[in-house]
Design a protein around this ligand. Structure first.
Ligand code: NAI
Length: 276
């Protein structure tokens, strides 16, 4: 049924909602002291840079890792260097029970979770005709199931706290498929999480913000391999891959009060790769 002019002009109780009581000073808006941030896939690459950026801004960080236990020493290093609490947790995000108990452990040990960065991901970059069903299922289990499990269990925490902030790492692959290597399954997993995140921004509008980050090629283990490297340089307007220090500010912005009017956004950071 279409809306009438009367419907549009009717005053809705409780609206407009109040502007949040955030600092006016922009540098204070970026302060994370007293906040608790969980980052998945935090042992290295983009996830470690995000954990580092949050700690630099004063947050306590729970660094989730799967197989790379370098996270344990790296957490100790961040804690000592930035005078924050930083603890590594081994959690396979493709296992729902591990995600559930991982979140319970962080809440038990830190008292709350303000920001959850669902960043862990993996790719098996092959055309579908060369991909086994096991390879397909592996990517779905980490990139899709992992984000869904994390969101489901952290959403319950955010709802009971009455506040929360979820940031999902997607990819420019959710925007374009014209990347140097055919990887339809990986691309589709990222399209899923982008749309999922936007949908959660609506579902959770009473208690949490949800935003998506879509990186282009970054120089990590998952960045452009030998086959894709020259094409990655050619396609990016800036002519190179990104360095992880160039992305942590986006996550800090989305995780902090500086972005208090942002939800349901998809922030593309790709050196101009997907420019038409
Ligand atoms: P990376 O390979 O260094 O990091 C991925 C992390 O996810 C690793 O620490 C890995 O151990 C973790 N992980 C994998 N499976 C897991 C599981 N089952 N449970 C828990 N953790 C698991 O690569 P990078 O680049 O730092 O990737 C981070 C995110 O950024 C991923 O979601 C990736 O898809 C995304 N991305 C990366 C791009 C790039 O060019 N580097 C481009 C676009 C998106």
């Amino acid at each position: 049924m279409s809306m009438t002019v009367e419907d549009c002009t009717r005053v809705r109780p409780g609206f407009p909602r109040p502007v949040p009581d955030t600092p006016n000073n922009v540098l204070q808006q970026f302060q994370m002291k007293g906040k608790v941030v969980v980052v998945t896939g935090a042992a290295d690459g983009i996830g470690f840079a995000v954990a580092e950026g949050m700690a630099e801004a004063g947050a306590d960080v729970a660094m989730w890792y799967n197989s790379n236990d370098a996270a344990v020493e790296r957490a100790k290093g961040l804690g000592a260097m930035h005078n924050v609490r930083a603890v590594a947790y081994q959690v396979d995000v493709s296992e729902a029970e591990q995600v559930k108990s991982g979140i319970e452990r962080v809440v038990g040990e830190f008292g709350k979770i303000d920001v959850f960065v669902a960043n862990a991901g993996m790719s098996i970059s092959k055309p579908i005709l060369e991909q086994t069903l096991e390879e397909y299922q592996k990517q779905m289990s980490v990139n899709v199931d992992g984000v869904v499990f994390c969101s489901k269990y952290i959403g319950a925490v955010f709802k009971s706290q009455g506040h929360g902030n979820l940031i999902i790492t997607s990819s420019m692959s959710a925007h374009i498929v014209n990347v140097p290597v055919d990887q339809p399954v990986y691309n589709a997993t990222k399209a899923f999480v982008t749309h999922f995140g936007k949908s959660l921004a609506r579902e959770w509008r009473e208690f949490a913000r949800v935003n998506v980050v879509s990186p282009g090629f970054f120089d990590t283990k998952m960045g452009a391999g030998e086959l894709a490297l020259q094409e990655a340089y050619r396609m990016a307007a800036l002519g190179r891959q990104g360095h992880v220090k160039e992305i942590k500010g986006v996550y800090l912005y989305l995780g902090s009060e500086a972005s208090s009017f942002m939800t349901g956004s998809d922030v593309l950071i790709d050196g101009g790769y997907v420019l038409p």
